[in-house]
Design a protein around this ligand. Structure first.
Ligand SMILES: Nc1ncnc2c1ncn2[C@@H]1O[C@H](COP(=O)(O)OP(=O)(O)OP(=O)(O)O)[C@@H](O)[C@H]1O
Ligand SMILES: [Mg+2]
Length: 244
């Protein structure tokens, strides 16, 4: 029996008059990878923001190891070990790769920072030679590696990763995806938001399908691992051979 690390129970969240997710429940088991898929506008990023505390929930409860954390700010949740890799990477363009990474570990000792930085290079070898390069000139793939690496620097227990494949060539996406099981085997639990159903099914333990702000499906990824088309068709309305 896997213990629940992070959960949302019947959560509702939105922006102004808009209800973007309604009555959504998700459960991330300790050491698991939970895939969240769904079309554009389904509420995937909103769900991650609500879990991370970037936006408040209007109803329902976000809990961490069984404790209600609704009242905790994003910063306090980060200190518990919840780290978010936002859609679009969001690096500091005027800083170098190295400086961007170090920002993820500002509370760690110099020795620990160095150790984690070396682990990032192990995970993403292309970053090794470009540590001093300005983040403003990085390719999309390099930026995504830095974004994931920066999250790793904060010694997270849980990573919330939003569409890491967005706009990247498949070969680069492969590289990013190779790192996720490595993170998982280091004890990090992961919520991975994606539109590419096939990729998520290959590495996820559980899969949640969001559609128009509600959960359409929640079950073991294994059920659809060998037939991603069935999941796409049944829940996403995407014809076989379509995206993902
Ligand atoms: N900052 C915001 N202010 C107002 N509305 C927003 C904001 N962010 C998202 N929305 C709206 O909330 C709904 C859900 O958006 P969300 O970004 O969560 O979807 P998504 O599943 O992540 O989509 P995508 O796959 O395109 O990233 C959409 O209707 C969107 O227009
Ligand atoms: Mg999104």
């Amino acid at each position: 029996m896997t213990l629940t690390l992070l959960a949302g129970s019947s959560i509702t969240a939105g922006y102004g008059d808009l209800v973007a997710i309604k009555d959504v429940s998700v459960d991330l088991g300790e050491g698991n990878l939970l895939g969240v898929v769904g079309p554009n506008g389904a509420g995937k990023s909103t769900l991650l923001r609500a879990l991370a505390g970037v936006i408040p929930v209007r109803a329902g409860t976000v809990s961490w190891e069984g404790r209600d954390i609704n009242a905790l700010s994003a910063d306090k949740r980060a200190r518990l070990g919840i780290s978010m890799v936002q859609e679009g990477r969001r690096l500091f363009p005027s800083l170098s790769v190295q400086e961007n990474l170090m920002l993820g570990a500002y509370h760690a000792s110099p020795a620990e920072r160095q150790e984690r930085r070396d682990q990032v290079v192990e995970m993403f070898p292309p970053l090794g030679p470009i540590m001093d390069r300005s983040a403003s000139v990085l390719s999309g793939g390099e930026q995504q590696m830095v974004a994931v690496g920066r999250a790793w620097m904060s010694k997270p227990r849980c990573l919330l990763i939003d569409e890491p494949s967005l706009g990247l060539a498949p070969i680069i996406v492969d590289e990013i995806y190779k790192a996720l099981p490595v993170l998982q085997s280091a004890g990090v639990s992961i919520v991975l938001v994606e539109q590419e159903v096939g990729r998520v099914l290959r590495i996820a333990d559980r899969i949640v399908v969001l559609h128009e702000g509600t959960v359409m499906h929640d079950g073991p990824a294994e059920d659809f691992r060998d037939r991603p088309d069935a999941l796409r068709e049944a829940y996403l309305g995407i014809a076989p051979g379509g995206k993902g």
